[in-house]
Design a protein around this ligand. Sequence first.
Ligand code: ZN
Length: 287
Amino acid sequence: MNIYQILFSRMYLSNDDYYYYLNLLKGFEGEMRFDELIEKLKEYCLILNDLQLEIRRSSFQIDALLIFSGKIILCEIKNYEGVHYWGKDKFTKQNGIAMENPALQLQKTRVRLELLLLELGCKMEVEAFVVYVNPQFTLLGAPADEQLLLPTQISGYFGNLHTGAKPTAEQIKLADALVKLHKPDYPSKMPEYRYDQLRKGIPCTACGTLLETFNGHRQSCANCGKKVNVKNAIKTSISDFRLLFPNEPVTSSRITDWCGTGRRDRIFRILREEFVAKGSGKTRYYV
Ligand SMILES: [Zn+2]
């Protein structure tokens, strides 16, 4: 489970926020998928992920940049699913919902990147692709010269880029320069959250749905119907808490609240078994 998934299952979300976070989550999964696909290229080119850059006060974001000797490949990664009909400006889904053709965004990003590269004194050629990483994605009606890679084309395309040459000093210098220009403080994609905003409970070990009450050793998940091992789910819930709130002490009262409605002695026993207690009485916490 990553932090997005944990937050997604624990946040009270309005409809808008729900789709916003669902998109974040999908985007994150897409980037993970892409990383797996280009894993083999790592020896031959330099790969920069999630760059936040700026040129003449216009900011732009790059999902992935592959720096080869002599050319740069800019990738906009999309994790879309299902059948889409291509249009120059927009895609339409089978249910009629329309969305902007990601090629438009990619075009803007490419122009900004090229301007920035010129400022850095780099004259390398930039190739740009929208990379659709979800194997469940189909795009109908796209012209053959569109700068895009469909799920079935990705490994073939990147497979052909193996040059066998190790990155040169010039490539490394360019990558360093871009990393230095990266703005990590730019409003990040990580949603803000506070303890009191989050739903309390233990996650189903199969599907992640939150069970707000727990009882006994095994309990059915209302979403997927699987039998959840309550002890394991409590342990997962504790590690989720530590991931989301790394600076908060793990106390038995805090964890009892975090795990939803259930018996405090269960929590206490698990904390005592799995963690080391520090301090005593009301200030006792576990590490
Ligand atoms: Zn479940």
